[in-house]
Design a protein around this ligand. Structure first.
Ligand code: NDP
Length: 440
């Protein structure tokens, strides 16, 4: 299909660092060819060569790259390069102009052939998300709007669906009869770095939990889709989000945060949060779900831990001290799945110890390239495959469920850099760090 790809905000950080290199990779792989057109656009006056020179792309790819200043005349400019059956427009713009830009694009003549790709944040809270969605859908049909959650493009996240629905051994135990609790952990060793201004108006719940981590949880807990179509998967994610309820939360701030450059010295923004949730459906009723996310931690890692119910105190568990089985999904930086099992220690005694079975991407697929998230997402947008994009309903439901948490402006408790707050909602957290070297 003859495709034009337009990047609005082409002079910005996202365009230069992620989008243009991703398109260059798609060109090198043959997913985009010389019949395609790449147009950068923005208010900044740039020549075609200046735009081409902003990224380190291969020469043949540079030949299909052009720059057009502003939105006015953009459709005519694209049309002057030929007829395109699909026009993908990536809004790499400040979120406050998404709505007005959609209006301008529609007025400019972009119609049914258009796919509008929007970056997070999709609003700031429930009300603004509803407003944004209504502004976008006033100009384009919901089927044309692709909301990016780059977490969904991670191989380990997509593999959760395969793990659950391509193996017969897990689905029968994937419910409250066998699973005791679920924990989602997301630690970042860095602080706010260059994003101080943005982060201080956001906080970790808005930045990570309400969107990325809730999407992971939805994939982990949703009912089997009726097919692998985008609609079917998104329908099941939406259903589980609807049944989600926040039970309790704790907010913390790293002691160093208020003295960071660009941060309000009185700021009550949380840099660490721990949230207890439940899912009110037959499959998950009674299973506590905990999510915690923090910056300024002692390590970087996103993991999901599924704890199975303990054995009754009989047979090998007479003393009740046998550890429960666990499945650990390692999402990043290393990707893999670990299953904790009890095994017999060799010898005459009936001694039992904890052992692990592991699947690591690096062991099995070491030689193959794991596609970078934006490469995968841009290709999906070009192919109009919405599976890894978030629907309007999902984005609104996520905001709605976390309204109380994000509106909590009370002073958070404080913790030292590198120290996990000890009373993170008073639960026994899996020691995810102990799985650290596995798969790395
Ligand atoms: P930038 O702040 O670098 O802005 C991108 C471009 O938008 C600018 O170069 C500018 O180009 C244009 N722009 C700025 N203000 C306006 C305005 N008022 N009206 C119209 N155009 C404007 O943003 P990023 O590139 O960092 O991010 C783009 C989007 O992606 C944002 O929504 C951000 O939240 C999101 N995002 C970014 C990530 C990143 O890694 N950078 C990661 C995840 C999400 P010009 O002046 O030429 O018009």
């Amino acid at each position: 299909m003859k495709t034009a790809i337009i990047i609005l905000g082409a002079s910005g950080d996202l365009a230069k660092r992620k989008l243009i290199p991703a398109l260059d990779r798609l060109f090198a792989r043959g997913n985009i060819d010389t019949t395609s057109l790449i147009v950068g656009s923005g208010r900044t006056p740039l020549s075609h060569d200046e735009f081409r020179g902003e990224s380190d792309c291969c020469k043949p790819f540079q030949e299909i790259m052009f720059y057009h200043q502003g939105i006015s005349g953009l459709k005519t400019y694209v049309d002057s390069h030929g007829e395109f059956e699909r026009i993908v427009i990536f809004m790499a713009l400040p979120p406050k102009v998404y709505g007005s830009t959609a209006k301008e694009l529609h007025a400019e003549g972009f119609g049914d052939e258009t796919i509008l790709v929007v970056e997070k944040p999709f609003g700031y809270d429930f009300e603004s998300a509803v407003k944004l969605n209504s502004e976008l859908t006033a100009e384009f049909d919901e089927s044309q709007i692709f909301r990016i959650d780059h977490y969904l493009a991670k191989e380990a996240v997509q593999n959760m669906l395969v793990f659950r629905f391509a193996n017969t051994i897990f689905e029968p135990v994937w419910n409250s009869h066998y699973i005791e609790s679920i924990q989602v952990n997301c630690f970042e060793d860095l602080g706010v770095e260059g994003r101080a201004q943005y982060f201080d108006t956001s906080g970790i719940v808005r930045d990570m939990v309400q969107n990325h981590l809730i999407q992971l949880l939805a994939l982990l807990t949703m009912e089997p889709p009726t097919s692998l179509s985008a609609d079917s998967i998104r329908h099941q994610k939406r259903n589980v989000l609807e049944q989600l309820e926040v039970v309790d939360w704790c907010r913390y701030q790293c002691e160093e945060y208020r003295s960071e450059k660009g941060i309000d010295p009185q700021s009550n923004t949380e840099t660490f949060a721990s949230i207890e949730l439940k899912i009110n459906n037959l499959r998950w009723a009674g299973v506590p779900i905990h999510i915690r996310a923090g910056k300024y931690m002692n390590r970087k890692g996103t993991e999901i831990g599924v704890k199975f119910r303990k054995l009754p105190s009989i047979l090998f568990n007479q003393n009740g001290d046998l550890a429960e089985n666990r499945i650990i999904f390692k999402i990043q930086p290393a990707e893999g799945i670990i299953i904790d099992l009890s095994s017999k220690v060799p010898g005459a005694d009936q001694k039992i110890t904890g052992t692990t079975m592991k699947f690591c991407y690096s062991d099995h697929f070491g030689g193959s390239e794991i596609p970078e998230a934006y490469t995968k997402l841009l290709l999906d947008a070009i192919r109009a495959d919405k599976t890894l994009f978030v629907s309007a309903e999902e984005s609104e439901l996520s905001w709605q469920k976390f309204s109380e948490v994000i509106n909590d402006k009370s002073e958070p408790k404080f913790h030292k850099r590198g120290e996990v707050p000890a009373d993170s909602c008073s639960i026994e957290w899996i020691d995810f760090e102990s799985y650290g070297s596995i798969c790395e």
